[in-house]
Design a protein around this ligand. Structure first.
Ligand SMILES: *Cc1c(COP(=O)(O)O)cnc(C)c1O
Length: 247
């Protein structure tokens, strides 16, 4: 049996310890933990919520929509904050924006998808609040990975800032190559995202303290934090191995 509450406690302790090891330039913020619940049942989300956790991430619009609208979750998890961390297609935008308690879309990777979110958000928002978004960058340049090209990150961010008045740009996100061996030195994909942020901030005159970096998962979140991550997305280390989708 996986003990979700005690796993969460372990991850949070490790997060704090890794934060203390950061360079002074990163000491002004506490990284946030997003619990990635994909393929796990609603009960797992509720357990983590009842242990005090609030930020959750999902990859698939269908699954997110089912969980977020699950009666028990709606009743017991009123302050839940959902992060969408999967690849987003235009045809799914309305369904995503309808999600109750949607907090942040981490995976905006084209002007087309930014424009679709920007156009649709006024139909769904319940207050004047803008929709928080991050721009996903394909740091590992793998064809199978989503994200805009590193070279296009600034122009993507500029597009969101200047053309999307219903969106609030909050930072950059990357997945990076899986299974990188940290004994080889700092993860180059994480370094690329840190560099990318520097460049975006310089080129667009943004305060770098107000731009988040979402990078790091179960096996490398501490490493990512040491390199400046402010949002880590951890699934397996909290909820255990993922059941197969068809189960
Ligand atoms: C599944 C997933 C995670 C979590 O991965 P774990 O290895 O289980 O921690 C994080 N980010 C994204 C984008 C994912 O798809």
């Amino acid at each position: 049996m996986v003990d979700i509450a005690s796993n969460l406690k372990i991850i949070c302790d490790k997060l704090v310890a890794a934060s203390a090891k950061r360079a002074p330039e990163f000491q002004h913020f506490q990284p946030k933990l997003v619990a990635v619940s994909k393929f796990h049942p609603s009960e797992a989300v509720i357990k983590a919520y009842e242990a005090g956790h609030r930020h959750f991430g999902e990859n698939y619009v269908n699954e997110l929509s089912e969980k977020a609208n699950n009666a028990e979750i709606l009743e017991k998890c009123k302050e839940i904050k959902w992060h969408f961390i999967g690849h987003l297609q235009r045809g799914n935008v309305n369904r995503l924006l309808k999600v109750e308690n949607l907090y942040l879309v981490e995976t905006v990777d084209s002007e087309k998808i930014a424009a679709a979110l920007d156009n649709a958000w006024p139909k769904f928002r319940k207050s004047d609040a803008k929709l928080k978004v991050m721009v996903q960058v394909n740091t590992s340049r793998e064809e199978a990975k989503s994200g805009c090209e590193v070279e296009n990150a600034s122009s993507m961010v500029k597009y969101v800032l200047e053309k999307c008045s219903n969106l609030e740009f909050t930072g950059l996100m990357t997945i990076g190559e899986y299974g990188y061996d940290v004994s080889q030195g700092p993860n180059p994909d994480f370094l690329t995202l840190v560099e990318c942020k520097k460049k975006v901030c310089e080129e667009l005159g943004l305060n770098s303290k107000r731009v988040d970096l979402s990078m790091g998962m179960s096996t490398d979140f501490e490493h990512a934090i040491e390199l400046g991550s402010s949002l880590v997305r951890v699934g397996t280390a909290i909820f255990g191995d993922r059941p197969k989708k068809s189960d």
